[in-house]
Design a protein around this ligand. Structure first.
Ligand code: ZN
Length: 265
């Protein structure tokens, strides 16, 4: 589950784009984007319109700005911050998600966004970090009990301010650690490689096996990276922790620049 958003450029309206290879009166406008009217002959869309749209101006597909706003865990993280600081305190920003949000409201939403950014440090986050590289593998807000891996009814992974926890079926704590190593175990199951982990607490040496590993995928590289050691860090949030806010700012800037609405997809 995720949410993408984009804002159209004005290059066609302003005459800065290449002319379409068909009669311009066949363009219809929706949310700032020019589309080919349904009355156009069959096949024109894929043959003429799509290639034109891709390269008619400096913005591929007429996207002045487009990005992923959040994935499932990012959504929880953002909503958790809003709950703690009070959604009602940022009414113009909260309106951004509604279909009735208009470009006129973008300046007010931007002011809310700036106030929200200035108050981020009031919220504490919990981060699971590889101290060797600084990479973050998981985040949560203090006070949250969101699980992120569940092996059926057997056990569940939870990150909170007490550490990384593996809980049994009745919620009993099997493993809790603020600093632990991760040993990767590779076995062959029915001709397929299975990768699991053994976590070892640095302070006590306690070990616990887990069916899900902490790993990192570098784009274009097949092999996953597995951190050998992880630490739980609790600290106030900063803007870099909340990707949704970084994207929202760029979206609002794009709306203010172009006067076009945000399209959610
Ligand atoms: Zn453009």
């Amino acid at each position: 589950m995720g949410l993408d958003a984009y804002v159209a450029c004005n290059c066609v309206k302003e005459g800065k784009a290449k002319k379409p290879p068909f009669d311009e009166s066949l363009l219809v406008w929706k949310q700032g984007f020019p589309y080919l009217d349904e009355s156009a002959p069959d096949g024109w869309c894929s043959l003429l319109y799509d290639p034109w749209r891709e390269t008619a101006c400096e913005h591929p597909d007429f996207y002045y700005f487009s990005d992923r706003v959040y994935n499932a865990s990012g959504h929880l993280f953002y909503n958790g911050i809003m709950d703690r600081l009070g959604k009602g305190t940022f009414p113009h920003l909260d309106a951004v998600w509604r279909s009735s949000f208009t470009p006129d409201q973008a300046e007010a939403a931007m002011q809310d966004l700036e106030r929200l950014e200035s108050r981020l440090g009031e919220v504490e986050g919990v981060f699971l970090v590889d101290p060797a590289t600084g990479k973050e593998y998981r985040d949560a807000l203090t006070g949250n009990q969101n699980w992120f891996f569940s092996a059926g009814a057997e056990y569940t992974y939870i990150l909170n301010e007490q550490g990384f926890n593996i809980l049994g079926p009745e919620g009993e704590v099997w493993f809790r650690s603020l600093a632990f190593s991760q040993e990767i175990i590779r076995t062959m199951v029915d001709g397929k490689e299975s990768v699991t982990a053994v976590f070892r607490d640095k302070a006590t040496g306690q070990e616990q096996a887990g069916g899900s590993t902490f790993n990192w995928k570098t784009w274009g590289v097949d092999e996953l990276e597995y951190p050998a050691f992880l630490e739980v860090v609790v600290r106030p949030l900063c803007l870099d922790d909340v990707y949704t806010l970084i994207v929202l700012r760029k979206l609002l800037e794009a709306v203010i620049d172009t006067g076009n609405p945000i399209v959610w997809a």
